[in-house]
Design a protein around this ligand. Structure first.
Ligand code: C2E
Ligand code: MG
Ligand code: MG
Ligand code: MG
Length: 283
């Protein structure tokens, strides 16, 4: 379909590794324009507490509602946004939109829950991240305990700055989660240095849990370690009942994945909340 729209649109979504400078520039300019024209949109994926089956939070995931190409996934533009620094304004938009939406749900009377927002390393090393978060919390009136920031270990960050920034973020009362846990270089080192509230087991370990005993052992070990450290653990990419049963047998606290829900636009999340809270009052 993209091909039908003409050469330009097709060209900007070619794999970035092969893109020449011109295509990269085109994509950079399109992202900039998309920000101004408010073409980005957040989807929210529910997170489920295994013991009770209740939705305890959502993860905000950005998409680009492109006028001709349709819904573009973040893998296609986040890397360029990171390289060009556009992730800073985009990330701020994501944070504000997620906090505002979460507060709106609370004001509409749904049970308050956490919203998780992905942070890229470019935002993290930015001096004013703490001020930005503080300002957005004030602006949206969201209670800080209902905001979680997801950081990844691939973040090449200066350890001293990271300790300082994470410390200040924790002082604001927000939660910190390590995303894609198990895939980076310095997982355990992070756990030692920072006060982390939650680990998110990467979906690459969850995928083959039933067929690859190494993966099953790794997942079981991460869960046991989280228990020992007294922090929460969530598994992402849960797609079937067998994976769920395994995670349950290991007492994994929480799960997120297509088995329960795909990421959904805000209005569909609201319908889901309405259905699930109606279920509760009826039972
Ligand atoms: P992530 O933070 O690890 O997000 C999880 C990804 O797995 C999401 O892809 C989600 O849709 C997908 N997923 C969820 N459940 C399942 C499942 O059961 N099976 C499979 N196969 N996949 C599942 P998505 O939305 O395409 O996002 C991809 C990545 O883009 C994210 O990985 C995150 O690193 C990045 N990203 C998304 N939104 C943002 C953002 O606002 N800011 C930043 N910096 N990065 C973002
Ligand atoms: Mg994430
Ligand atoms: Mg992840
Ligand atoms: Mg990821």
């Amino acid at each position: 379909r993209a091909k039908d729209e003409g050469k330009n649109n097709y060209a900007i979504f070619k794999p970035t590794q092969n893109s020449g400078g011109l295509e990269r520039l085109t994509l950079e300019n399109s992202i900039r324009k998309a920000l101004q024209q408010e073409e980005f949109v957040l989807y929210y994926q529910p997170q489920i507490k295994l013991q009770t089956g209740e939705i305890i939070g959502t993860e905000a995931l950005v998409r680009w509602k492109h006028p001709t190409l349709g819904l573009v996934p973040p893998g296609k533009f986040i890397p360029i946004a990171e390289e060009t620094g556009l992730i800073v304004p985009l990330g701020e938009w994501v944070l504000r939109t997620a906090c505002r939406q979460n507060q709106i749900w609370k004001e509409k009377g749904f049970a308050p829950m956490k919203v998780s927002v992905n942070l890229s390393s470019r935002q993290f090393s930015k001096q004013n991240l703490v001020d930005t978060v503080k300002r957005i919390l004030l602006e949206t009136e969201l209670d800080p305990q209902y905001l979680e920031l997801e950081i990844t270990e691939s973040m090449t960050m200066n350890v001293e700055i990271a300790i300082e920034v994470l410390g200040k973020l924790k002082e604001l009362g927000i939660q910190i989660c390590i995303d894609d846990f198990g895939t980076g270089y310095s997982n355990l080192y992070y756990l030692k240095l920072f006060s982390i509230d939650r680990l998110k087991i990467d979906q690459s370990f969850v995928r083959d849990i039933m067929t690859d005993t190494n993966d099953a052992d790794i997942v079981a070990t991460i869960i046991a370690m989280a228990h020992k450290l007294g922090i929460d653990v969530i598994a992402e990419g849960v797609e079937n009942k067998d994976q769920l049963d395994f995670l349950r047998s290991q007492n994994c606290h929480e799960v997120q994945g297509f088995y329960y829900h795909r990421p959904l636009p805000a209005n569909e999340i609201e319908q889901l909340f309405t259905r699930t809270s109606a279920m509760k009052t009826n039972s």
